[in-house]
Design a protein around this ligand. Sequence first.
Ligand code: PXP
Length: 247
Amino acid sequence: MRLAVNIDHIATIREARKTDEPDPVAAAMICELAGAQGITVHLRGDRRHIQDRDVEILRKVVTTHLNVEMAATTEMVRIAQTIKPHQVTLVPERKDEVTTEGGLDVVLHSGNVEKMARQLLDARIDVSIFVDPDLEQVRHCHKIGAPKIEINTGKFADAWRDGANWHPPLEKIALAARAAKKMGLAVLAGHGLTYRNIDAIAAIVEIEELNIGHSIISRASLVGLDAAVREMVALMRNPRPVTPPPR
Ligand code: PXP
């Protein structure tokens, strides 16, 4: 099972100040060096975190696999056709949502999703569709010719976090994964996965790849804080000679 790290939150921190740090491109390099087999970013219509520049540079420097999540719109598909990431994941997008709220309703939007998926595949970009663990949705993904699906693990993750019964949502994910695999679809999964709930999902053998963002970036912000503070304390104790700014 491969891990693709979603680095959107790195860009969220940068955009909080509209500055140039932290750079998601640098974050991607660190993820790859640490063993991630893929990098995922979500290019949102409102560009609230990842920018077009990020995707352009990531396409040049990511050596593993670049997956770009996007809404199934003409604007986004055009960008993908130009930048040509290895993979596009079609996701639903709502302006005021905090994060992707659920899977794409491929049954309801099958005409548009099929058209966008076809255009991407024609541009030799692999296509995955983010769907809820629902057999009808999975069947529709297969019907419209998508080679991959990403199963939404959000409901399972919510149940786990809330101390609710997480067995039914887990079972749905396992069933959807099995059915998809039987249809010949490649099976990915993600959303809400953490260091605590990962074991149950990692045991589903049909799943080839997991997309994980929030939990990894959250952990990084804490395990990296000690070194970051020590570096600043050392600089303040031992200021370096100041050179005048360039004219
Ligand atoms: N998969 C999809 C389609 C997503 O939209 C996201 C969040 O951007 C993820 C996976 C990763 O979810 P999380 O940040 O909760 O790990």
